[in-house]
Design a protein around this ligand. Sequence first.
Ligand code: DLL
Length: 434
Amino acid sequence: MLWNDEFETLPREAIESLQLKRLRQTLERVNATVPFYRESFRKSGVAPDQLKSLKDLERFPFTLKQDMRDNYPYGLFAAPLEQIVRIHASSGTTGKPTVVGYTRRDIEIWAEVMARSFAAAGAQKSDVIHNAYGYGLFTGGLGAHYGAEKLGASVIPMSGGNTRKQIMIMEDFGSTVLTCTPSYSLFLAETVRELGKDIRNFKLKTGIFGAEPWSEQMRDQIEAALNIKAIDIYGLSEILGPGVAIECVEAQNGLHIWEDHFYPEIIDPQTGDVLADGEKGELVITTLTKEGIPLIRYRTRDITRLIAEPCLCGRTHKRIERLSGRSDDMLIIRGVNVFPSQIESVLINIEEIEPHYLLIVDREENLDTLEVQVEVNERAFSDEIKVLQTLSNRIRGEIKDLLGITCKVRLVEPKTIARSEGKAKRVIDNRPKA
Ligand code: DLL
C-alpha cells in the first residue's frame, strides 16, 4: 500500500528535477552555514552555483565519518541549537560517538519516510506495532516510533531487552508487526520456544528488520521461526536513522530508497569514481531536505548496487540491493577478502546448528587465523563425538569451498554464544593493529 501516492510514484523526470532543486538548496545551505563545507568546497575549487545538473555533484568532495568526529559534537550542524529539537548519536566502537541534530521539520520528514516505509512493508492503521528497537541515543527506537504513530498504528514502545516480558506483551497485546534487529528476532523466537509457547497462537504477521547485516538465508529462518514475513529496512544515523530505504512487500527485491529526500550514488571504494546503475560498490548519500545536519556525498561504507528498473509495486524510487556488508567489516584473512555474511550463508544452511556464531580472527607466527565458533542445537549436542567431528569437518570444508581459506571450527554448547538485544557482535579481531 502506498502512503504518499504523489511522491512515491513521481515520474523519473519529476524526481530528477526535484532532486536538482533540492541539491542546490542543500549545497547553498551548507556553504553558508557550515565552515567545514565552505572550506572543503574552496579546497576542491567548487561552488554551489556550479551545480547545473545532477551529474555535477561528482565534482564535490565526499564527507567521511572522520569529518564528523573531527567536528564533534555540533561542528557540522547547519542550524543553530535553538532550532534543533532532538539529538541522537551512534556509538562507535572506539572514541567519541557521531552526533546528529534534527530540526522540527527534520523530525516530520523522518516520520513521513518511516510511515511510507511501514506502508511499503504492508503495515496499516489497524496494526499493533511492537517496537523492540532500542530507545535512546540510537535512532532505531524513536525513528520507528514516530513513523508508526504517523501511520496511525498502535505502537508499543518496548525498546530492547527484557525478552520474556516482550513475549508476554506480544502475546497479550496481540502485536501484529515486530520491529527489531534480525538477530534479536531470532533470540525472541528461541525464547518463545523455551517458554513452551506456540508462535502460531500469536498474531504476529510481519517483521521489519534492519540496523545490521543479515542474509537471505537468515530471512528464511526468521520467517519460519516466527511464522511471519520479514522485510528488510535500511538506514543510518548520519543520514537520518531507519527509513532511508525499505523493501516493498509486493516484490521484496531490493530496497526503495526515498529519492525525494536522499540522493544515492555508488562509487568504487578505491578510486572514488562514480559507477553506473547496476554496478556494485560503496553507497554514497547526499541528503536533500535535512536542515539540522545536511551531509554532502556521505560515504556510508555500505556495499550494494542501485537498481533503476521499474518495480512491480508501482513505486518509482530506485532500489538498493540487499546490503552485502560494509567495506570496513570486510576481513582480510591471509589476503582473502571475507565478509562475515559469506560465512553466515554457509552456517545457516546446516541443520544441526543454531544461527548464532562468532568469528575470531588472530595472528599466529605472522599468519592470520580464523576460528568460527558455532552453536550446535540440543539434538546434535547429544550425538557422539564422532558425529560432531564429522559436522565440524563438513563446516570447515564448505567454508573452504566458498572462500578458499582454511579455518578452525569450534562447536560450542547450545546457548553459549551471547545473544544480542540490539546489533549482534559477530567478529572479534585480535590481530595487532597495523
Ligand atoms: O542502524 C539505523 C537503523 C535502525 C536502520 C533500525 C534500520 C533499522 P546506525 O546505528 O547509524 O543506524 O547504523 C547504520 O547499520 O551504515 C549499515 O552498515 C548497517 N545497517 C543498517 N540497516 C541495515 C540493513 C541504524 N538493513 C549502519 N542491512 C549502516 C545491513 C544495515 N546493514
